[in-house]
Write a protein of this length. Structure first.
Lengths: 113, 234
């Protein structure tokens, strides 16, 4: 049977959006020495069946989108980070220790369905 | 309710950072050069997309993913009767290792002593630095170093500028048995060199040295939860 293909405009398709985390907004600037903030980014957008192949999608997303096209009660595949990278943070604790740590999965580099 | 939810989420994330609550330091401590350099190197690598092993500190040549710079919390000693007649400076060095969590493995503990930029010229060449491990408890303020209570670790003739001491074994012992952490005893001795022709004023020079002396402990640890030995880099 022919599967109806929902239309999605390009700007609504799953892609990476800029999100700057400013530690001052969180009140964390009082103990984080550096960085002052970082570009964490986020993923948002539609994952329509017609484009799951081209949107850096997993096989699972393809199957879910296929099922969603057949049965609209199945939720649409979601737009999520597919590649993340770390950041380093210099901060101070309550014992006056200066600490340098590296945290994985803090920055979204790529998104996919 | 929203505020409580935000606080709860923040608490969970702070635990991920190994913090019980958001710190509230009164003032920022100076960031040592080595930490600044490692931070900048990692930032540059992240910007250019270079793959990094976050569990190896190449600048120090050790495995580890947490670097802590612990300030000295000890104090100067002014004995009524000097330990030795030539004693220029006596200080108890104390480092609080309680921030290190149980699952962290110590891979580096480096004591840094900065005598100041002009120590050599102020004190002349006849200077000797001695570092001891304090092995028995003592009453603060009434510390009198006696043989048997302290264990000689290292002696440095003609010290100047910045000195580094490997204290990994000592720090491991302190970390495993916090009740054994009585600190270190530092003594700087001066031999007056009358033949050098230098107009030497030991009291002034020692006062200046007390002002310029700066001690710290750089500790690197490896958290096995975050650094798996079998994990291969893609």
């Amino acid at each position: 049977a022919a599967i109806p293909v929902p239309k999605a405009s390009c700007k609504n398709l799953c892609h990476r959006h800029q999100l700057f985390i400013n530690f001052r907004d969180l009140g964390w600037h009082k103990w984080i020495i550096a960085p002052k903030g970082f570009m964490a980014n986020y993923c948002h957008g539609d994952c329509p069946f017609s484009l799951t192949v081209s949107l850096n999608s997993s096989n699972y997303a393809f199957m879910q989108a296929l099922m969603q096209a057949v049965d609209p009660e199945t939720p649409q595949a979601v737009c999520i980070p597919s590649k993340l990278s770390p950041i380093s943070m210099l901060y101070q604790d309550n014992n006056d220790n200066v600490i340098l740590r590296h945290y994985e999965d803090m920055v979204v580099d790529e998104c996919g369905c | 309710a929203l505020g409580q939810a935000v606080q709860f989420q923040e608490y969970v994330f702070l635990q991920f950072l190994d913090l019980d609550k958001a710190p509230s330091p009164q003032k920022f401590q100076p960031v040592p050069y080595i930490l600044k350099k490692i931070f900048q190197d990692r930032e540059a690598a992240a910007t250019t997309g270079v793959s990094q092993d976050l569990c190896y500190v190449k600048e120090l040549g050790v495995r580890g993913n947490v670097l802590r710079f612990l300030p000295d919390q000890g104090f100067f000693l002014y004995p009524k009767k000097p330990f030795q007649a030539s004693s220029c400076l006596q200080k108890l060095l104390y480092f609080n290792l309680s921030a290190i969590k149980e699952r962290e493995q110590l891979t580096l503990a480096q004591l840094g002593l900065d005598l100041g930029p002009s120590s050599y010229y102020n004190l002349g060449p006849e200077l000797e630095l001695a570092l001891f491990l304090v092995q028995e408890p003592h009453v603060w303020g009434q510390f009198t170093p006696k043989p048997g209570k302290i264990f000689a670790l290292q002696s440095v003739p003609w010290p100047q500028g910045a000195l580094r001491f490997n204290l990994l074994d000592v720090a491991k012992d302190w970390n495993d048995n916090p009740q054994k952490n009585f600190g270190l005893f530092l003594e700087i001795l001066v031999k007056e060199d009358r033949d050098s022709g230098v107009n030497f004023q030991p009291e002034d020079a020692c006062t200046r040295l007390r002002r310029s002396l700066h001690a710290s402990l750089l500790v690197v640890t490896l958290n096995s939860d975050q650094c798996h030995p079998s994990r291969k880099r893609r």
